[in-house]
Design a protein around this ligand. Structure first.
Ligand SMILES: Cc1cc2nc3c(=O)[nH]c(=O)nc-3n(C[C@H](O)[C@H](O)[C@H](O)COP(=O)(O)OP(=O)(O)OC[C@H]3O[C@@H](n4cnc5c(N)ncnc54)[C@H](O)[C@@H]3O)c2cc1C
Length: 502
């Protein structure tokens, strides 16, 4: 270990690792420090008996050679270290009488299915996608431009004008330009749980890039789980002379008398000097590690008003049989089940823990259908997922927590058993991740899984929590800042940070 670095990263989540890799490749001395004993934050794996589980990844949009999102994989130096596995079915959506299977890179087939259910909307569907494609082009143009950052900003009204045009739109506002049909709008935003808000509240600017990226370029898993990506980023950092210290919680961000950043302290390393610190942890934790008194009232007041995202609850199941024994077809991967309630009603139910009857959307991921390297021959794995509110989990006693976790696990297994009769007879491993688990492994407050909520007040280049703090030398990367959460979101936040400030 050195006593001084050019840049220190607090947190080895995807945002921190990607930014560290980009900066190390420029020849700078970087140190990444994480409290956990494995790298990746939410992008990690865990093992139970014969089963390896990916903690978070359901679907990574667009990471195919030639696609826009693949550019960040190449730039971060991991393209030849990992393998992406495409999902034959991007997702399968069921709500009332609507049953739509969206196939891999088949936007035309998807449109045809929509027209099948909504024949009177054919022209609207065509127009909606045509404009969404143009918007995607504008966004990609901005995000992947090789021009200097301020030139990109200057060029936005001319070359990427839809970024500005839609910056105050929710997803529902955008769809409502073309259709009044609520069922169609719900089908179009079937993946809303990936973004943590119903379409009526979710910022279109944040949703619109992955919306088209998934449909045009597909959804992917990482062979061997997302730990492979995190480890590959660590390898690239090390190959370029950087260092990654694990199991080493940062306990202090140190400033001098002029309010300038001078380094960090961690139990394992003691004081380490750097003029630039990049946080990949929540801004609340940054304030607490730096000292409340270092930030002005305006900054603290703004931070207080921001709303963290919702959390999630995932049940990881290892089965002693293959999925076809339960009637699951080989091309199935993600299934979204939605009650006929509006997304807002579902969201309110989720937030309030009212998930017991058919009141909330939920999903199944057939993990081993895409990656059988995660299980032993003859076995299989799947995940059951629902968003859940962040409250009411962290204050429970040990016993109450255990009961609540068990209860919700059972609710999801009961729901899944209706789709997969006989499921319970084959469960060999059952593990659940709760909002409390999310906080335990990332320190994210309330178990927030997507940083700050992506409502229109908190989303977009000019309104998202900034990448630069008011303290000289202190920066932010990852889900809490622009553009936001997600594998591509956090990796892009690293690219934007480096393009703009390093
Ligand atoms: C259940 C679930 C499912 C998801 N599904 C998908 C999906 O299908 N597709 C998709 O694109 N995205 C998905 N996401 C979102 C995606 O995983 C996250 O947005 C992304 O991984 C967050 O990365 P990050 O860079 O913000 O860092 P985080 O993952 O939040 O990592 C922060 C890191 O900081 C470390 N840390 C915290 N405090 C300290 C400290 N004091 N000192 C040192 N280190 C510290 C933590 O240990 C952690 O490693 C999902 C998330 C979850 C939880």
């Amino acid at each position: 270990m050195k006593s001084e670095y050019d840049v220190i990263f607090i947190g080895a989540g995807l945002g921190g690792l990607t930014a560290a890799s980009l900066i190390a490749q420029k020849g700078k001395k970087v140190l990444v420090i994480d409290k956990h004993n494995i790298a990746g934050g939410y992008a990690t794996n865990f093992k139970r008996k014969d089963f390896e589980f990916d903690v978070s990844l359901h679907s990574f949009d667009g990471v195919v050679k030639g696609g826009n999102s693949y550019k960040i994989i190449e730039a971060s130096g991991v393209a030849d270290k990992i393998e992406f596995l495409g999902h034959d079915t991007l997702y399968h959506y069921q709500c009332g009488d609507i049953d739509i299977k969206v196939k891999h890179q088949d936007i035309e087939g998807y449109k045809k299915q929509l027209v099948h259910y909504f024949p009177e909307e054919e022209g609207n569907i065509e127009r909606l996608f045509s404009e969404a494609d143009k918007n995607y082009k504008d966004m990609s143009g901005f995000l992947y431009s090789t021009k200097r950052f301020f030139l990109r900003i200057m060029a936005t009204p001319l070359f990427y004008r839809r970024i500005l045009k839609y910056e105050h739109y929710t997803v529902d506002d955008y769809f409502s330009r073309y259709t009044k049909n609520e069922k169609l709008k719900a089908a179009l935003s079937a993946q809303w749980s990936y973004y943590g808000l119903p379409a009526k509240d979710l910022a279109f600017g944040y949703f619109s890039y992955p919306f088209i990226d998934y449909l045009r370029f597909g959804g992917y898993s990482i062979k061997g789980g997302s730990q492979k990506l995190s480890n590959a980023l660590v390898d690239t950092i090390v190959e370029h002379g950087g260092e990654v210290q694990l199991a080493s919680p940062v306990t202090k961000i140190v400033t001098n008398e002029k309010n300038k950043i001078i380094g960090i302290e961690s139990k394992k390393t003691g004081f380490v000097r750097a003029k630039k610190i990049v946080s990949n942890i929540s801004p609340y934790a940054v304030v607490s590690l730096t000292g409340d008194e270092q930030f002005d009232q305006k900054f603290k007041q703004n931070l207080k008003q921001l709303k963290p995202s919702i959390s999630g609850f995932q049940v990881y199941l290892g089965l002693n049989c293959t999925l076809d024994k339960l009637g699951v077809k080989k091309d199935e991967y993600i299934r979204f089940f939605s009650p006929t309630l509006s997304q807002r009603e579902q969201f309110d139910n989720l937030k309030n823990g009212n998930v017991f009857e058919d009141k909330t959307g939920w999903s199944i991921n057939y993990f081993s259908n895409v990656d059988d390297s995660l299980v032993s021959p003859g076995k299989s794995s799947l995940g059951l997922f629902t968003l859940v509110g962040t409250s009411n989990w962290h204050s429970l006693s040990k016993m109450e927590y255990r009961e609540k976790k068990q209860e919700l696990t059972q609710v999801l297994i009961d729901k899944a058993s209706k789709v997969l009769p006989g499921l319970v007879d084959h469960i060999e491993v059952c593990e659940a991740g709760t909002p409390r688990t999310m906080t335990k492994f990332t320190n994210n407050p309330g178990g927030a899984i997507y940083g700050f909520e992506q409502n229109i007040k908190q989303s977009g280049l000019f309104r998202r929590f900034p990448q630069k703090y008011p303290l000289k030398g202190l920066y932010q990367v990852g889900a809490w800042t622009f553009p936001g959460a997600g594998f591509i979101g956090t990796m892009l936040s690293a690219k934007i940070l480096v393009d703009r400030y390093f």
